[in-house]
Design a protein around this ligand. Structure first.
Ligand code: 4AD
Ligand code: MG
Length: 436
């Protein structure tokens, strides 16, 4: 008999089906066993009654242990009191492999233990819900750009130069040369945007971050759109539409998972354009006032980059993501276009997610002048020879252009309402974690 997935079970009520999966949990009372079976698509409570099955099946149901693999024949029916919930009356059960003591029992474990057993932890309901939301976010990301005429142009992972500062580069041997794992596809996006008008890349990016915060991974997935002729204001509009689209999609298709994660859904329902815009100068004032009022610990000085606690404070002041723009050029990357009104400021934007989630998007307008860009490369002590091709883009039909990057994991953490990004990716890479 063909296998039926638990997610399709509603279409099979009253008919015998075969479920192939694993035992999630079980309890029994005398001559009845209640086996919770999962098959990847969902879980179902399966009931075995001693009087209705063969001695072999009854014995198997008594022996079966948590996470043993099992094949179950049974007849699904709707729960008498809970519409939409199905149960399975077992007719026959076979153990594919009897599992010895499973390391993750239903009792509470510490996070380090669970992280060490990430390869098994992924089987749990909560991890399931998170990763299904992640999948939906990624689908929404692709649909958003694909539906608006962006061309997907994947960018390389081995790169000859830094994009986001030399302090977080992973160096790798590349035959007789040195190469670096990409920090961002942006520089290449600028080439593809000049070729296709609107382009995006979406792939893994790497930062040798020595920080152990709840927002940092050393390997994360970033989606980066880039638009020729776009200005800062244009990509702020793009960013607010983009985030609103993603949230709406998750609310539409993954409400059950959000509920399971106990996410306050009403907070997500308010995520619609427009988002507040906050100039860095004003943000700096807000932070100073908050310090004077005793709500933040350290005093923010104009000119610095926003640290995690600053972002947490600012983003907790709004119900929607807030777009902080025009940071001092000195704290931002070399490629940022200066504000013509105030050249000490960069035409950039960081989007801070609400509820204290902090930066989820960073982007802005790119420098279009060859001369100034070359000067910045020198000022940042970057090797000009690694950037010759990038400088070419300013020689052959240079135009204003802008784009941004969003880290998928931070977006997932925000939408799911998670404390830490480590649960937002199947196998996180962090300062002290390379395994499993
Ligand atoms: O602000 P960042 O560094 O911007 C760039 O890399 C630009 N070149 C993007 C562009 O304009 N095309 O990174 C963008 C986003 C951040 O807002 C954050 O969501 C995520 O990438 N990010 C990280 N996520 C997890 N762990 C880290 N260590 C991250 N660093 C950045
Ligand atoms: Mg940033």
């Amino acid at each position: 008999m063909a296998q039926t997935y638990i997610s399709d079970i509603a279409r099979h009520t009253g008919q015998e089906v075969v479920i192939k999966g694993w035992l999630y949990n079980k309890r029994s009372s005398g001559k009845l066993g209640f086996l919770e079976i999962r098959d990847g698509s969902g879980t179902i409570q399966a009931i075995v009654s001693k009087k209705d099955v063969s001695p072999e099946t009854w014995e198997a149901s008594e022996r079966v242990t948590q996470e043993s693999s099992v094949i179950v024949n049974g007849v699904p029916r709707e729960h008498p009191k809970r519409p939409g919930v199905f149960e399975l009356d077992i007719r026959q059960m076979e153990i594919v492999q009897l599992t010895g003591e499973y390391p993750i029992s239903p009792k509470d474990h510490g996070v380090d233990f669970l992280m060490d057993h990430r390869h098994l932890w992924l089987r749990s309901r909560r991890q399931h819900a998170i990763l299904k939301v992640r999948h939906e976010i990624i689908r929404a990301v692709r649909d958003f750009f694909d539906n608006q005429g962006f061309v997907l142009c994947d960018t390389p992972i081995f790169t000859p130069a830094a994009c986001e500062g030399t302090s977080t580069l992973f160096e790798v041997g590349y035959f007789d040369e040195k190469a670096y794992l990409t920090q961002s596809g942006q520089l290449y996006n600028e080439a593809t945007a000049a070729a296709f008008g609107k382009a995006y890349c979406f792939g893994p990016t790497f930062r040798a971050e020595k920080s152990k915060t709840r927002r940092h991974l050393t390997e994360f997935w970033m989606v980066e759109p880039e638009v020729a002729y776009a200005r800062l204001d244009d990509i702020m509009v793009l960013a607010e539409n983009f985030l609103s689209y993603i949230v709406a999609r998750v609310l539409e298709t993954r409400r059950e998972e959000l509920e399971q994660l106990e996410r306050d859904i009403s907070k997500l329902e308010g995520i619609v354009p427009p988002f507040p815009r906050l100039q860095y100068d004003v943000a700096a004032k807000m932070l100073q006032n908050a310090h004077d009022a005793g709500s933040v610990e350290h005093r923010f000085e104009w000119g610095g980059d926003l640290g995690s606690p600053d972002e947490t404070y600012l983003s907790s002041q709004y119900d929607k993501p807030v777009m902080v723009h025009r940071y001092p050029a000195a704290v931002k990357a070399f490629y940022m276009e200066p504000d013509p009104q105030r050249p000490d400021l960069a035409l950039c934007v960081d989007v801070l997610a609400p509820e204290g989630y902090g930066e989820i998007i960073g982007g802005g307008e790119r420098m279009s002048s060859h001369e100034l860009l070359l000067q910045r490369i020198h000022e940042h002590h970057l090797p000009p020879e690694a950037f010759d091709w990038y400088l070419d883009l300013r020689k052959y039909g240079s135009v204003p252009h802008a784009g941004f990057g969003m880290g998928i994991e931070r977006c997932v953490a925000w939408i799911c309402g998670l404390e830490h990004v480590r649960e937002t990716i199947p196998f996180p890479r962090m300062l002290y974690r390379l395994k499993p």
